[in-house]
Write a protein that binds this ligand. Structure first.
Ligand code: C5P
Length: 399
């Protein structure tokens, strides 16, 4: 269920820390990679060694503990985590988090983290109900932190009231629920094309282009992660196809790519054409290797079908996304294609800009919508851009 999810648990100094050993164990059994950060006070309740044995990972406590191996631990831990759970969260911790105080490894890591945080407060009822604690919880909620309400029951101090840490199974269920929401394309079929097509001249040579396939492979990966059934039709590329694809077709020419895409189109919910399809092919490729003899060699080229334009004419409910890799007048050309090819949106980029274009891992792109709206993005990894594209597709599909 939580296969390969990276979960960071922050344990603060409350007696319920012992229950979090069970939480870590359940998450691990569910397939997650679990790391633990403890405040100093937490180590009074449970030994870091216990967590270390359960998670099979080193437990972090000290900000500057191991000077020899210091490599900005808080940033490393923040980058590691897909989700941070704080359990138990003491009143003191909630106060620090609400005010952005960063005076130990846990609070500093949290400030360096911009993903999902789940907080499970646990304390004496009066401390929990104290207006100061309640105000801190309100601040955290307003910032998007998810609070797991404590249960009512017998507390360690002997009183009965609200303040018990939820049971470990309940905490794990909340975490699983969060990751299930990630599957924004569950049940949807997405066809992605990537790489450049190759147009044969003879059995040895071809006309090709500089596309590496990276953008399309990242889109396919992102769509798989979003729970879609993904068909990747790849032209020329040296990349390894991502895990979890429903189908993978390696093709050479534009005509082959067209055939595969058309076969998948009717049952598709979305087609994202990031492939650099050759506009022309050699009219009659030579059956044998062309020998070097004449001073001049003329190749007759004929126009390839525009696959995306064809899909645009055929489309019923499918979402169509195109790319416009340009070297000038980017927005103008992109807008024209958006309309001509009947797309939902188009991703435009200047392939000559530094940090954009072929082979590099980053891109600088704009997304242009039918209503004229333009989203301009700064330089980002192709993986991040892929996520933005997939998110937008899911928003249209789930409307
Ligand atoms: O017209 P242009 O080639 O610039 O359009 C780019 C978009 O159209 C890309 O999404 C590309 O994958 C797609 N395309 C296509 N078939 C072609 C040429 C481009 O599907 N023959």
């Amino acid at each position: 269920m939580l296969d390969k999810k990276n979960i960071l648990i922050g344990v603060t100094g409350g007696i319920a820390a012992y229950k979090v050993v069970e939480v870590a164990s359940l998450l691990k059994k569910s397939g997650a990679n679990v790391k633990i950060m403890m405040t100093k006070h937490a180590t009074e309740f449970v030994s870091p060694r216990t967590f270390q044995e359960i998670t099979n990972n080193a437990v972090s406590v000290e900000m500057f503990g191991d000077a020899a191996n210091f490599h900005v631990a808080h940033i490393g831990l923040a980058n590691f985590a897909d989700l941070i759970l704080i359990a138990p969260a003491t009143a003191n911790f909630l106060a620090k988090m609400a005010h952005g105080i960063a005076d130990d490894l846990l609070t500093t890591t949290i400030l360096a983290f911009d993903g999902k945080i789940l907080v499970a407060p646990s304390m004496n009822t009066k401390m929990y109900e104290n207006p100061a604690t309640q105000a801190n919880l309100s601040v955290l909620k307003a910032r998007g932190v998810q609070i797991l309400e404590p249960n009512v029951g017998i507390l360690a101090c002997g009183t009965v009231g609200k303040g018990r840490l939820p049971e470990p199974t309940e905490i794990c269920a909340q975490i699983e629920k969060f990751f299930a929401q990630d599957k924004i394309l569950a049940g949807k079929k997405v066809v992605v094309t990537a790489g450049g097509t190759i147009e044969a001249i003879d059995p040895v040579r071809y006309i090709g282009n500089r596309s590496s396939g990276r953008m399309g492979y990242e889109i396919a990966k992102s769509a798989v992660n979003a729970g879609a059934e993904v068909v990747l039709v790849s032209g020329n590329s040296n990349l390894e196809p991502p895990n979890g694809l429903k189908k993978f077709f390696k093709v050479e020419s534009a005509l082959e790519m067209r055939e595969k895409v058309l076969n998948e189109f009717e049952t598709a919910d979305c087609v994202i054409m990031s492939a650099a399809v050759a506009d022309y092919r050699v009219k009659t490729p030579a059956a044998q290797k062309i020998k070097k003899s004449a001073e001049n060699l003329t190749l007759e080229l004929v126009k390839n079908p525009d696959i995306l334009k064809e899909l645009g004419a055929l489309k019923k409910n499918q979402i169509l996304v195109g790319f416009a890799a340009e070297t000038q007048n980017i927005l103008e050309y992109a807008r024209k294609k958006l309309v001509e090819k009947n797309l939902n949106f188009i991703v435009a980029n200047d392939v000559t800009a530094e940090g954009a274009g072929f082979a590099v891992k980053t891109n600088i792109a704009s997304i242009i919508w039918r209503n004229g709206e333009v989203e301009n993005f700064s330089k980002m990894t192709k993986a991040d851009l892929a996520e933005k594209i997939v998110l937008r597709v899911s928003i249209i599909l789930n409307q």
